[in-house]
Design a binder for this molecule. Structure first.
Ligand code: GAR
Length: 197
């Protein structure tokens, strides 16, 4: 069995999409994979309730309880590694996890750490992607699934979805349109990555 560990900070709708797809498509049988744990850096992340109600182990690691980024990342790695064994190697999936990770953490999970970012990378790395796309006059927007490398929002691209950016879009309407696509491409990209492993 391969263990998928999903990191969230908020609503966790991408995490929920991956969990639902994994159950609907019987990943345990077809891939030998399951979502083993959901870890949040926020105790009030709504996604935690969804995970609990699906019988998935949850953990909260409050980054504010650690003196620095390296200490938080070390605790995070320790928590993840409880699900990482030679028989059950872990895939770490960032799903709206709003923390910058240290190179040490990223390198520890090289090739098995994925992220979804709400823009068509390499355009608009960082925050406020939707407003920046509107301000730039983009005619399309979208989302990118990529392997994580130490540079923020870089790394080999696994999947992208493109949506139209409409003249009367606000950051919120655009975000909602993009998020719908995220829920389709992220489970598919995770499936394909696990299939290759
Ligand atoms: C998603 O749009 C995701 O692409 C974005 O946060 C949202 C999380 O939604 N991630 C980032 O901005 C990472 N830099 P969710 O919690 O409902 O999955």
């Amino acid at each position: 069995m391969k263990n998928i560990v999903i990191l969230i900070s908020g609503s966790g709708s991408n995490m929920a999409a991956i969990v639902k797809t994994s159950l609907r498509d019987h990943w345990a049988d077809t891939l030998g994979a399951r979502v083993a744990a959901v870890i949040s850096n926020k105790a009030d992340a709504a996604g935690l309730d969804f995970a609990r109600s699906h019988g998935i182990a949850t953990q909260v690691l409050d980054h504010k309880a650690y003196p620095d980024r390296a200490a938080f990342d070390a605790a995070l790695a320790q928590t993840i590694d409880a699900f990482d064994t030679p028989q059950q190697p872990v895939l770490v999936v960032l799903a709206g996890f709003m923390r910058i990770l240290t190179p040490g953490f990223v390198n520890r999970y090289a090739g098995r750490l994925v992220n979804i970012h709400p823009s068509l990378l390499p355009a608009f790395a960082g925050l406020h992607t939707h407003q920046r796309a509107i301000d730039a006059g983009c005619k399309v927007a979208g989302a990118t699934v990529h392997l994580v490398t130490p540079e923020l929002d870089h790394g080999p691209i696994l999947a992208q979805a493109v949506v139209p950016l409409l003249p009367d879009d606000s950051a919120d309407t655009l975000a909602a349109r993009v998020l719908t696509q995220e829920h389709l491409i992220y489970p598919k990209a995770v499936y394909e990555l696990l299939q290759k492993k």
